[in-house]
Design a protein around this ligand. Sequence first.
Ligand SMILES: Nc1ncnc2c1ncn2[C@@H]1O[C@H](COP(=O)(O)OP(=O)(O)OP(=O)(O)O)[C@@H](O)[C@H]1O
Ligand SMILES: [Mg+2]
Length: 1046
Amino acid sequence: MRYQGREMDVDGRVRMVMESGLTARDRVGVQDFVLLENFNSEAAFIENLRRRFRENLIYTYIGSVLVSVNPYKDLEIYSKPQMERYRGVSFYEISPHIYALSDNTYRAMRTERKDQCIMISGESGAGKTEASKKILLYYAVTCPTNDHMAMLGDRLLQSNSVLEAFGNAKTLRNDNSSRFGKYMDVQFDFRGAPVGGHILNYLLEKSRVVHQNHGERNFHIFYQLLDGGDDELLITLALERNPQNYTYLVKGNCPRVSSLSDKNNWKVVMKALPVIGFTEEEVQKLLNIIASVLHLGNTQFGEGEEGETHITTETQINHVTKLLGVDGSALREALTHKKLTAKGEEIISPLNFEQAMSARDALAKAVYRRTFTWLVQKINQSLALKQDEIYQSSKGSSVIGLLDIYGFEVLLQNSFEQFCINYCNEKLQQLFIELTLRSEQEEYETEGIAWETVQYFDNKIICDLIEEKHKGIISILDEECLRPGETCDASFLEKLEDTLGGHPHLVTHKLSNGKTRRAVSREEFRLLHYAGEVNYNVNGFLDKHNDLLNRNLKEVMCQSDNQILRHCFRRKEVTDQKRPEMAATFFKNSLTKLMEILMSKEPSYVRCIKPNDAKQPGRFDEVLVRHQVKYLGLMENLRVRRAGFAYRRRFEAFLQRYKPLCPETWPNWHGSLADGVSTLVNHLGYNEDEYKLGRSKIFIRFPKTLFTTEDALEAKKPDIALTLQTSWRGYRERAKYQRIRHAVLVIQSAWRGMKARRRAKKRRQAAELIRRFIKGFIYRHEEYGPENDYFLDHVRCSFLKNLRKNLPKSVLDKSWPTPPPSLVQASEYLRLLHMRNMVVKYCKNVQPEWKKQMMQKVVASEIFKDQKDNYPPSVGRLFLDTRLEREQISLKVIQTLGNEKVQYGVSVIKHDRKGYKPRPRQLLLTHTFAVLVDRTKIKQRMDYTALRGISVSALSDGMFVLHMPSEDNKQKGDVLLHCSHVIEVVTKISMMASKVNYVNVNAGSIRFAVARGKEGIIDFVRGPELKVTKGKRGHLLVTAPEINTT
Ligand SMILES: Nc1ncnc2c1ncn2[C@@H]1O[C@H](COP(=O)(O)OP(=O)(O)OP(=O)(O)O)[C@@H](O)[C@H]1O
Ligand SMILES: [Mg+2]
């Protein structure tokens, strides 16, 4: 239920704000009257209103009803930012406002998918129309929209200014008083966007067209046209600018209103009309009608000698004829004659002067009223949903209705209009009682709270008095009008007295006595309305109810060439014999329909109050306000709300707010909510009669209890703040720590994940490698190919790497890593290459002496290697440049040698060729010959050129033979020499003689020439030691020891 729905809001966090506002209650009062301590006191009620009014707080709630006091000044509370403040915020959450109500209604419509209506009531000038405009503006600005919808919102707003121009007038109470009731539906689609609108209008005060009280005006449009219309327009309409020239505008003697600018408003209206969809032609026709009403007012009649009437102002009637597009003579005739149908025959009878005047006025009123109705229809067409949108929008669409209807009216003289208006208010009050009481009662029932019935005044009895069939005042009016015979207002009054005499709410002069009798005149009847007593003067009741327009006038109008008029006056109406509904009956029926509309919707209420009659800001007229509070039924409203309990709250909300006040419930209550609340209130010391616990809510009877609790909470707040601060800080730090921890974990796991992935990848690669390696190993002997390429490459590569590290460092180092089979050849090339490199390097670094030595050693190697036993031991010993020092050689010998320098000298044993006698000698070598020297004497010279050969044995002895020719005089033949440096000596001689190839190493014996043709033999044997002895057969026997080479 909506009403309850609101209460749920109340019970939610929304009250928080209210309650926090309680502290300021001394200055600004309470923002919900329900919290008013002395709710029965009208004075307290008004005082609260006054306090708030003084602070420009014009809105106050009574539960879900919004009370609004007209500030008569512009307050800065209707701006767009203000709208935003209230948008989507719960009712009560912030200070009371018409936007809060609008928004709440809108959201209720959206969430509950139920049509809503906002009923705005209050007396004239209390701000109803302003409130409805604020609501419309709120929806136009805040609802979701598109281009089309924006246009619709524009039309909704613009239609207001048009309706106000034609339907509003300056009255004594309000410069812009709505002289008709208005109910407007705004249709929203399933998205909550406004998509259409519809207006119902009620009871336009048409009498104003022909008559205004002093200080009042006719409808604004007349003045706007005269003031704002340009000269050309006025000429076409045959109008003059001065309103004082028009009978219908002079009655109130008030052509201007200071708070209104007719000129500007005219512009606004003329701009609005095309927006709403009026064509230029329609606007022209409309203005023709407005102008014709003024001309009609100036139409005068004269009375003939026989009492017949005629029109005296030809120009005026001509204007009317022209502007309305009707037949002139027919109009003249119809204004002065009446057509009656008696027994099927038409009779035309002339009208007397008064009748003609009232026929004229009736025509003016009818034309204006019907045009106004046409205008509303036209606006409705423009606001209506387009055909193709109807289907779309009907799905899930909802409606918000706005009722801006006249409030209870009590004038000095109250007539038929006031009767209707007040009847309307009775009906609305009835609806209000129905809906509010019912919902209140339902709430107590659902909560299981014993409900003591509130005594409130049910105004059904008054509604019945007015509307009951056959017995009600309206029925009696009907009857009086239709009854044959003479009827008049007085007879109606009599009939009332006869039929309803004794009714507790009806008083007439005749029916009353004493004091009351004096208060009610003979022409009046008094109704005791729910809001107060009102005397109605019966004069004019029948006429106004009858609302007759002569049939012949209707006929003339039907034939007009002005399409608006043709639309307003249907032919059917003239031909139809059935009597149309009379005014009050029509009004009653349309009210019944309105009630049905309102009943089908969830209502919200705005009760407007006017603070003073002078339309002044800041003035609070207590008497006036009290009067309105009374007839708006506000006290009653409050009493009903407070009948049971002033304040209710869901358990959880109550506990949540006040739990700090009780140690058992603070900071958390773990038991059931009801127990928690019970514990809390016991701790707070609530008396039994102060509160009741329902099923889900606590009900507090007196606001004082709540205020005390609230004050206690206020006092406790610093403690709570401290606790909250501490726990909040703790929470914040914990949360921060958790966040950091979480971050660390995330980073850690990401890092670990990455590491593991890397490791896994490595392992995978390693496994792959091993697999390839093993496979390669298996296929190592196959052709190089994908199966074994890796293995073979690896083997080669590792061999080469290994080789690089283990290359031999010197030419003598013969080590070399074993190559894999596939690299044997390459390895050999490399080895040779390396060796050559080393040799080249070595050679480059060799010193000249060493080179010489080497060359000699090479030659020695060439000669003796593997030939002679004592060669290997000689390899490691250096050849010396000479084995004889200079001083060891005789100077004489040197001198004898002359230029030939001794290159080498060594001590040798010379064995004679015969006898083999050993003789120590020096062997000296020069460049061209060798000499044997016996101390100072050169014994033998051996030219190298003559040297025929050199023989040595293969054993380890030092014997060598220089084969020299003996036939030559110069030479003495072969020379047998023994030297312990045989390898060195032989090498040197062969080199100096350049006869390396002449050296013979003999395995067996050496033959030598002793003399011409005679030769000696040297035998060589192995023996224990070196011995040179004479052998058998004249041979020289040389025993050479075995040399252990290992
Ligand atoms: N909320 C408001 N803020 C400022 N001025 C306001 C407000 N409400 C009303 N008024 C002033 O009061 C005047 C009368 O208000 P409004 O026309 O709404 O009264 P009403 O209740 O519709 O009267 P009626 O029944 O005569 O039509 C407005 O023209 C405006 O000057
Ligand atoms: Mg109004």
